[in-house]
Design a protein around this ligand. Structure first.
Ligand code: ATP
Ligand code: ZN
Length: 285
């Protein structure tokens, strides 16, 4: 059987979490010295370590079958690949920023001005949609210094905390797009490779679902069981076990990370106590 070739960023903000995802999927590989390639002994997969900018192109050409890349990079290069999974890590945004002292009302600020960016295509589409015409200067790195050296009045760059902007005397004024890591795939995978991708996605879903949910155990008096069960629907329905003490039960269920704190409040109001919350490693619905 031929291996599925997976393109991963060699070193950068995507690398660690990308590799961790495969590890969490139970795929073992030797990631010793910084090599160009690595392969797994327990899953038909082979890793290629590349610059992130090259990944969509290599996947389009079939040098790699799938790859992990920021949505921002995928949108910028617009290669003919399939986005098959949003992975939830490397979250950031592509934003417009101007010098801190500037007065900014809306994006028309940029009319007739110069903007430096590494994302000319995404920025152009955004400005076109807003009906703003500005001069886009494409530079490949250190975009944040452009206003300081007089190259442009504003920039469009990746932001997560905003500290880089701040230390360069800039402020974030508009979000052009939100981004996270995505898995992209070649559009003409053989059915053999598609099968491996399906197995991989099945495992990734189990890992991501696990992260989005918590296992909850609690004690409650039997007369509040109905209310508590309605708050904890779980996967099918919660497990209810009698406690040694008469009139009390232990309830086990799964709760979604998103409505976690709100639900815990309601459970306490309903009479739950001794609440334990345990992380879930994998979850298969
Ligand atoms: P390469 O050397 O591979 O070209 P790079 O310098 O272009 O790397 P990185 O800075 O490692 O790229 O960022 C890779 C991707 O990680 C970005 O395209 C973006 O999707 C995401 N990213 C960038 N900055 C952040 C951040 N501060 N927080 C979270 N994710 C980020
Ligand atoms: Zn890059």
């Amino acid at each position: 059987m031929s291996n599925l070739k997976v393109a991963i960023q060699k070193s950068g903000r995507l690398s660690e979490d990308s590799l961790k995802l495969f590890e969490e999927c139970g795929i073992k590989f030797n990631n010793g010295a910084k090599k160009l390639k690595a392969h797994s002994h327990n899953f038909p997969i082979e890793f290629l370590f590349l610059r992130d900018d090259d990944i969509p192109g290599y996947v389009e050409d079939g040098i790699a079958d799938i790859g992990i890349v920021g949505q921002n990079v995928q949108d910028e290069y617009q290669k003919e690949v399939e986005v098959i999974k949003y992975l939830g890590f490397s979250k950031c945004r592509l934003s417009l920023a101007v010098p801190r002292e500037e007065e900014y009302k809306d994006v028309t600020y940029f009319e007739g001005k110069n903007i430096a960016t590494s994302y000319p295509n995404i920025l152009k589409a955004f400005l076109d949609e807003k009906g703003v015409s500005a001069e886009i200067h494409t530079i490949s790195g250190s975009v944040e210094i452009a206003p300081g050296i007089g190259l442009a009045e504003g920039i469009c760059d990746i932001v997560s905390s905003g500290s880089t902007l701040m230390s360069n005397g800039l402020k974030e004024v508009d979000t052009v797009m939100k981004s996270e890591a995505v898995m992209v795939a070649n559009k003409e995978l053989t059915s053999e490779k598609q099968k491996i991708v399906d197995q991989l996605i099945f495992r990734i879903n189990a890992v991501l679902e696990g992260k989005n949910n918590k296992y909850v155990l609690l004690n409650a008096p039997n007369d509040s069981l109905d209310t508590i069960i309605s708050l904890l629907p779980g996967m099918r329905s919660p497990t209810v076990l009698p406690l040694a003490q008469d009139g009390w039960s232990s309830i086990h269920s799964v709760i979604n990370e998103d409505d976690f704190w709100g639900n815990i409040e309601k459970l306490r109001e309903a009479g739950a106590e001794g609440i334990l919350v345990v992380p879930i490693e994998k979850m298969i619905k």
